[in-house]
Write a protein that binds this ligand. Structure first.
Ligand SMILES: [Zn+2]
Length: 325
């Protein structure tokens, strides 16, 4: 049975809903007031995918669970943008082949392939009298190469994911109005994949205020913030499909438009702060729920002005550390 770190998540397994609420919460008749009981970073709902090969999520069950916790979200703010972001065949394929379980299963296969490749290459060029010396050196080289590839894959998983996190920006822009952020996170637990859609409570007001102040301070002292943003975010592009109508041919065609996610320097600090918070929201939640945010784990050692109760860093601090430093 999967258990969320915050102990307040619903867990669904084998089609049956198993409600686990270890925290003291309001009575059912006070469900509309439940939202006041949540604090930043607490997981409201964790919805597992249907299967390893079908990583889609039961949206109606998500809605039912969220409503039970007092989150009344219109369909156009949840199901519709989530379907646009995740229910695309190419995105589903990406989720299968880029899942933690797939990487986990790939490691031994990769080792064998690397071993054979290195052995056949060395065998041609080097004539060794002792066969076991060749086998031993090939094994050592293969272990080194496999470890390096697995490390690169693991490290890239900590970064913002162009195919999932960036696609979820538009969903989070809508959900944040309801004090929720969404992300897809997965990791391997007991040799089984654990891909889930996470809804995390997040009141953005304090992070927005703090990040706005930081951007204003840096503008004032002439800090080269814009160049840092361009350097760190130049690869982040949001692709949207827009319908263009050709009047001569009376045909409608889908045109892909690319938007850079680097906030415009001319915009007010608060708008730029908001854009940054939204851009990194899904990537941050992914690291938060899988406990991969690095920082002091002890409460007293955590940096001041942390607006998150369940992690060593809050969203605005994560952005300051990763992007603005
Ligand atoms: Zn914050």
């Amino acid at each position: 049975m999967t258990e969320n770190k915050n102990n307040v998540c619903y867990v669904m397994e084998d089609g049956e809903m198993d409600v686990q609420i270890k925290q003291t919460k309001a009575q059912p008749e006070q469900s509309n007031n439940n939202r006041t009981n949540w604090s930043n970073g607490q997981c409201v709902v964790a919805m597992p995918g249907y299967s390893v090969l079908n990583p889609s999520f039961d949206m109606s069950l998500c809605r039912a669970k969220l409503e039970n916790d007092g989150f009344q979200i219109p369909e156009e703010d949840m199901e519709a943008p989530l379907k646009t972001a995740l229910e695309v065949p190419s995105v589903r394929r990406y989720m299968v082949f880029n899942s933690a379980l797939f990487h986990f299963l790939m490691a031994p296969v990769l080792y064998l392939v690397v071993w054979c490749a290195v052995f056949s290459t060395l065998h041609i060029f080097i004539t060794v009298s002792d066969y076991w010396v060749l086998c031993l050196s090939v094994s050592l080289v293969s272990i080194f190469l496999t470890t390096a590839i697995v490390f690169v894959l693991h490290y890239s998983n900590k970064e913002i994911d162009m195919n999932l996190d960036v696609r979820l920006i538009q969903v989070n822009e809508r959900l944040v109005k309801h004090k929720l952020l969404v992300s897809v996170a997965d990791w391997v637990q007991s040799c089984a994949g654990n891909m889930q859609l996470y809804f995390v409570y997040w009141d953005m007001s304090r992070c927005l205020k703090a990040l706005t102040e930081t951007l204003e301070e840096r503008n004032f002292v002439g800090n080269d913030t814009q160049n840092k943003l361009k350097k760190k975010m130049s690869h982040l592009v949001l692709v949207t499909e827009e319908t263009a109508v050709d009047l001569r041919l009376e045909e409608a065609a889908k045109v892909a438009t690319n938007y850079s996610l680097v906030p415009d320097e001319a915009l007010p600090a608060q708008t730029r702060a908001y854009q940054l918070l939204m851009t990194y929201s899904a990537a941050y939640v992914k690291l938060l729920v899988s406990q991969r945010l690095s920082g002091p784990t002890h409460h007293r050692l955590r940096p001041r002005r942390n607006h998150c109760t369940t992690a060593p860093l809050c969203l605005c601090q994560y952005i300051k550390k990763q992007i603005l430093r």
